[in-house]
Design a protein around this ligand. Structure first.
Ligand code: B16
Ligand code: MG
Length: 212
C-alpha cells in the first residue's frame, strides 16, 4: 500500500449530521409550493449539491420554473437551513470524532475537508472543528459535484499531497466513486459502508486509527 499522509473528510454524514435540518428546510419550501416531499426523497439528497437536490425535489412538481425561480427556491431553502445550523454547538460532534481527529493529527497526518456543502465553513465554526483542518475544499470552490472527483482533487492540491497518499472518508456512494475517480483510497462509513467499491469499511469512526 502507498504511504498514507493525509485524510480528506466529507462533512455531512461523516463528522456532523445535518440531514434533519436539510429535511426541515426543504420540507418548508416544498410545502409552501405544494410539492410532495418525504424522508425517502430526502435520502436521495445525501452528498448531492443544492441545485441538484432541488431538481430531484422538482420531479414531483407539475409546473415549469425559470432558472431565476429555481435560484430563488434554493435561496429560500438555504436561508431556512442556515437558521437551523445556527443552533449547532460543539456538542453536535461526538467525542469519538473529536478524539480520533486529534489522534490522527498527533500521528502527523494532514487533515482536510472535501464537502459538497457551501455551508461547510459555517458548520465547522459552529461545532468548533475549524482548527483541526489544514485545508478546506467545499461547494464554493468546485464546478462539478461528486461523483466527479474535483472536490477531493482540490483538497489534495490544497494540502500539497498526491492523491495516492490520501484516504477519503465518505458516507455517500457518489463520494466513494469520486474518491476512486480521483486516485485516492476510499474509507466508507454509514450508508456507504455496504458499497463494494470502498477500499476500507469503517464500522465506527475510530476504526480509522487502525486502517493504515
Ligand atoms: P449546501 P457533504 C452535502 O454535504 C450534503 O450531504 C447534501 O445533502 C447537501 O445538499 C450538499 O452538501 C450541499 O449543501 O446546500 O449547504 O451547499 O455530505 O458533501 O458534506
Ligand atoms: Mg456526506
Amino acid at each position: 500500500m502507498n504511504e498514507i499522509k493525509a485524510f480528506i473528510f466529507d462533512l455531512d454524514g461523516v463528522l456532523v449530521f445535518t440531514d434533519a435540518f436539510h429535511y426541515q428546510a426543504w420540507k418548508k419550501m416544498a410545502d409552501r409550493m405544494g410539492i410532495y416531499f418525504d424522508e425517502t426523497i430526502n435520502n436521495r439528497l445525501r452528498g448531492v449539491s443544492r441545485m441538484e437536490s432541488l431538481e430531484i425535489i422538482l420531479e414531483k412538481y407539475d409546473g415549469t420554473l425559470s432558472g431565476e425561480e429555481k435560484e430563488a427556491l434554493a435561496t429560500e431553502k438555504n436561508e431556512a437551513y442556515r437558521e437551523l445550523l445556527k443552533t449547532m454547538t460543539p456538542e453536535d460532534v461526538s467525542e469519538e470524532v473529536r478524539s480520533t481527529l486529534d489522534e490522527l493529527r498527533t500521528r502527523g497526518y494532514r487533515l482536510a475537508i472535501g464537502s459538497s456543502s457551501k455551508n461547510a465553513r459555517f458548520i465547522l465554526e459552529k461545532v468548533g472543528l475549524l482548527d483541526f483542518f489544514d485545508a478546506i475544499s467545499d461547494g464554493n470552490n468546485i464546478k462539478n459535484s461528486k461523483p466527479d472527483p474535483e472536490v477531493f482533487v482540490k483538497a489534495a492540491e490544497y494540502l500539497g499531497e498526491k492523491p495516492e497518499h490520501c484516504i477519503v472518508v465518505e458516507d455517500a456512494y457518489a463520494g466513494v466513486d469520486a474518491a476512486k475517480a480521483g486516485g485516492m483510497r476510499a474509507a466508507a462509513i454509514g450508508d456507504a459502508a455496504s458499497y463494494e467499491k470502498a477500499d476500507i469499511v469503517l464500522g465506527t469512526f475510530s476504526d480509522l486509527l487502525g486502517c493504515c
